[in-house]
Design a protein around this ligand. Structure first.
Ligand code: F6R
Length: 243
């Protein structure tokens, strides 16, 4: 694993965007695995700026998102579909038909998850998968569990995740209780993984995930087994790693 130590959130976002931009320049028709949440917002802003300045062309890029809330209409401003359009897709020249997320409105979970897994395989898998890190060590919506979940599946969100995400909804009751997410296996098949982390509140989790034992109780710890992981984190998020 390579660690890039950023001074702060802004610096983290700039470095992460440079890495994604390099991927797009080197392979213009690459498959980018994308994430939502507050951490990658600055990264997406930097990518939009690179597109606007003429330095980046998304016209052949394909994207697959990590996850989506179940039962939330795509036009709901808290759906991940909406988020991706709001922060990236509507501001760059990626073709809408080349952007994919699990469809949370499809009630048949097994069918939708299988379809999504097949779709990713048909694209040849992710060249680069962007990840954020949950306070409980989750990646995608793979919550701490007894086993590492393999493929795309439907999850019941943990209380702590509902608590963390309620800031985006009117109340905790409005946060969907289930989501479709790439599994750990789906994430690990990416050729390259870029994980972005910011803030002191994640420092303990970063130390556990990347320097502690590999365990499904800390889902991100599995990344220690991936041959090409880049962690871009600010000083605060790295403040508890062993020196
Ligand atoms: C988002 C996702 C989640 C987030 C994680 C961190 O698509 O899958 O795993 O990356 O919850 O979220 P933030 O960045 O809001 O702290």
């Amino acid at each position: 694993m390579r660690i890039y130590k950023a001074t702060d959130y802004k610096d983290m976002s700039r470095i992460a965007a440079n890495i994604i931009a390099s991927q797009v320049v080197l392979k213009p028709d690459c498959v980018l695995g994308l994430a939502t949440g507050s951490t990658p917002i600055g990264t997406y802003e930097n990518l939009v700026a690179k597109y606007e300045s003429g330095d980046l062309d998304f016209s052949a890029v394909r994207t697959v998102n990590l996850d989506e809330y179940k039962s939330l209409p795509r036009e709901n401003d808290q759906s991940y579909y909406y988020f991706m359009h709001d922060h990236l897709f509507d501001h760059v020249n990626v073709k809408p038909e080349n952007t994919y997320l699990p469809d949370g409105t499809k009630e048949d979970a097994a069918k939708e998850c299988e379809k999504y897994e097949e779709l990713i395989a048909s694209l040849g898998g992710q060249d680069l998968q962007l990840l954020g890190l949950g306070h409980n060590g989750h990646i995608g919506f793979n919550e701490p569990a007894e086993d590492f979940a393999k493929g795309t599946h439907c999850v019941d969100l943990q209380e702590s995740t509902i608590e963390a995400n309620k800031r985006f909804f009117a109340s905790a009751d409005d946060v969907p209780k289930q989501a479709y997410t790439m599994g750990i296996g789906t994430i690990m098949q990416a050729k390259k993984i870029l994980i972005v982390v910011s803030g002191e509140d994640k420092a303990e989790t970063v130390a556990k995930a990347f320097f502690g034992p590999i365990t499904p109780n800390v889902p991100a710890s599995v990344l220690q087994l991936h041959p090409d992981v880049i962690l871009v984190a600010d000083e605060a998020a790295l403040s508890k790693i062993p020196q």
